[in-house]
Ligand binder design. Structure first.
Ligand code: NDP
Length: 328
């Protein structure tokens, strides 16, 4: 019986345990494609899973990891053959289906996206769910008809994964980017990524007024709660904010004022069940609209043995940019 290395989460009477372990190949779940995982990454949700801080994992034992880039080993799916280079994220992987901090994975072929021609597998995971979600958010703003001539774009949680990629993409597309961070020491980093202005997280953490001075036409929010409420109340007439995260909380203490008095729109962004045509569009746009040098600047590399510690750091808000995990 063959086995492979994986970050395995188990649940016992004493609670959840997590660690690097040998996983038996016969325990892989159903799927019509088997992958050799080469790279993965650490997202906020991975941090929640490995720390057990939120009930992300719904099945035990679970292999953590919601993102993979790798090569098809075997396939019974008509679209995929051995040797194909692919990216996969979401669809419950690392939550209800065994995930990707592992040398091997078995998934549904319908979940896979071809690795864009201009991207290495490592680049794809430096982008990962966080970066692809940032791109989905930008696509949502564009679908709403917003263009850089309408005014600046704000990015909250800017020094995090979604935030860093959002800053880099928006700047590349010509937006004047206002980056909000709780880490003033990261101001130079955010300016290198393309932020024109860096503001303190605290400015958006105060009591929310129904309407405040109009500051931006668009935004990507990965924080939620009071931050998102303030961002909405400061959005210019006809603007829109793409909401994708809850790093600051799941609540939203807003009023209807921004919506009914300024025609502001709140655009929801989900990466997990996002349909294939949007995924492919997002990955194609990441290929063309994300500066690789900036991506390299925001990325640190670890091995499988560093995942649990990185997961702890990310839920404490201590990770800057993105972390890639070298697997194979
Ligand atoms: P990161 O931890 O890398 O980034 C989150 C950032 O938010 C932090 O770096 C920090 O930025 C800021 N932050 C953290 N805690 C607080 C707080 N208490 N109050 C205000 N700001 C805070 O995580 P990711 O970029 O991977 O994910 C960001 C969020 O987006 C998460 O909530 C995640 O669950 C969500 N997400 C949602 C997806 C979807 O499908 N909708 C997909 C991917 C992510 P700074 O230090 O600059 O202030």
């Amino acid at each position: 019986m063959s086995s492979f290395k994986a970050i395995v989460i188990r649940k016992g009477e004493a609670g959840q345990t997590v660690g690097l372990a040998d996983f038996d190949e016969s325990e892989l779940m159903e799927g019509d494609v088997t992958l050799r995982v080469e790279w993965s990454t650490v997202n906020y949700k991975d941090g929640l899973a490995v720390t057990g801080k939120a009930p992300v994992v719904r099945r035990f034992p679970m292999i953590a990891g919601i993102d993979a880039a790798g090569t098809v080993e075997t396939s019974n799916h008509p679209d995929w053959k051995p040797g194909d280079r692919v990216v996969v994220n979401g669809w419950g992987c690392g939550e209800t289906h065994l995930g990707f901090y592992a040398e091997k994975a078995r998934v549904k072929g319908d979940w896979l996206v071809p690795l864009p021609a201009g991207l290495e597998a490592r680049d794809a995971m430096a982008i990962g769910t966080a970066g692809y979600t940032a791109m989905l958010a930008v696509l949502a703003l564009e679908r709403h008809g917003l263009t850089p001539d309408r005014g600046p774009a704000v990015v909250t949680g800017a020094a995090g994964g979604v935030g860093s990629v959002a800053v880099a993409i928006l700047a590349r597309l010509g937006w004047t980017v206002i980056a909000s961070t709780g880490r003033p020491e990261e101001a130079d980093y955010l300016k290198e990524l393309g932020a024109a202005e860096v503001i303190a997280r605290q400015e958006l953490a105060e009591k929310v007024r129904p309407l405040a001075k109009e500051r931006w036409a668009a935004g990507v929010d990965s924080v939620g709660s009071t931050t998102l409420a303030n961002v909405l109340s400061m959005t210019r007439y006809g603007g829109a904010i793409a909401a994708c995260g809850l790093a600051g909380g799941m609540d939203l203490p807003t009023s209807v004022a921004p919506f009914i008095l300024r025609g502001v729109a709140l655009l929801g962004v989900d990466s997990v069940m996002c349909p294939q045509h949007l995924r492919r569009e997002a990955w194609q746009r990441l290929d063309t609209d994300l500066d690789r040098r900036k991506l390299a600047k925001m990325t640190e590399e670890i091995g499988l043995d560093g995942v649990v510690e990185a997961g702890r750091r990310i839920v404490e808000g201590q990770v800057r940019g993105r972390i890639v995990v070298k697997i194979g």
